[in-house]
Design a protein around this ligand. Structure first.
Ligand SMILES: Nc1ncnc2c1ncn2[C@@H]1O[C@H](COP(=O)(O)OP(=O)(O)OP(=O)(O)O)[C@@H](O)[C@H]1O
Length: 227
């Protein structure tokens, strides 16, 4: 689903944020991405979203080389990607339903289709009965689940999450992880950037570790501590 082929990113100020990073993420796999602050995690996610472009190397999403994409391709690319943020980025002047509907409205879906899909997504995250509430009335864990419903409402094959459990306690983090694992099980490629080593340790998923822009580890979590 995603392939990085010797990807480097140097920012205009000369900072090398990523150096010759290569990996492949298949459909249906959940992968953690970790590394110290400044290691390059956000930069890696930005390259997938085409918020930034590589200085060298190639990024493929769904077998398409993003180097061949111009700005007009960006909306189409982003429709394939669901993005979950740490702070949810919900609109507090709209209802839960309207927040989740937003990507579908932008993509031009019909009203009937929007209703059906939004309710299916809210049902998946267990918030169907809260569709008319304002997100401000929800707990942190519920707000994060609204963010996840919005990220998956148009059924993207790829789900990216940037510190999705950052503000949540272990029990709520587990709920969120259960959801991500469900999506992976039905074929979504899920990439979770996190500093939360205890979260990583609780699951036996593939782990990519960046240090100063280099990929220093690619394997399962046990391998890292066992070696
Ligand atoms: N737009 C930019 N211009 C210049 N340097 C940048 C830019 N964005 C990031 N950097 C630098 O690139 C390096 C990697 O940053 P990045 O945000 O990818 O790290 P990160 O692993 O996501 O860190 P954190 O966990 O703190 O969010 C850092 O040294 C950062 O200061």
């Amino acid at each position: 689903m995603i392939q990085f082929d010797r990807v480097s990113k140097r920012y205009p100020n000369g900072k090398d944020a990523l150096s010759k990073v290569s990996f492949t993420l298949p459909a249906g796999q959940l992968t953690f991405l970790t590394g110290h602050s400044g290691a390059g995690k956000s930069t890696l996610l930005k390259l997938i979203m085409m918020i930034e472009r590589p200085t060298q190397g190639q990024v493929f999403v769904d077998n398409q080389n993003l180097n061949g994409f111009g700005n007009r391709h960006i909306p189409l690319l982003r429709r394939k990607i669901g993005m979950v943020h740490q702070n949810h980025q919900l609109l507090f002047d709209r209802s839960v339903f309207e927040n989740v509907a937003l990507p579908l409205i932008i993509a031009g879906y019909s009203r009937a289709d929007i209703g059906k899909r939004v309710r299916a997504a809210l049902d998946k995250v267990g918030l169907l009965e809260k569709e008319n509430l304002n997100p401000i009335m929800l707990s942190g864990g519920e707000q994060q689940r609204v963010g996840i419903a919005r990220a998956v409402v148009n059924k993207p094959p790829l789900l990216l999450a940037d510190e999705p459990t950052g503000n949540l306690d272990p029990a709520l983090s587990e709920e969120i992880m259960d959801l991500f694992q469900d999506f992976a099980r039905v074929g979504v490629a899920v990439l979770i950037a996190t500093h939360d080593l205890s979260l990583i340790a609780r699951y036996n998923h593939r782990l990519l570790t960046l240090r100063e822009g280099r990929l220093i580890h690619d394997g399962d979590e046990g391998e890292m501590h066992g070696s």
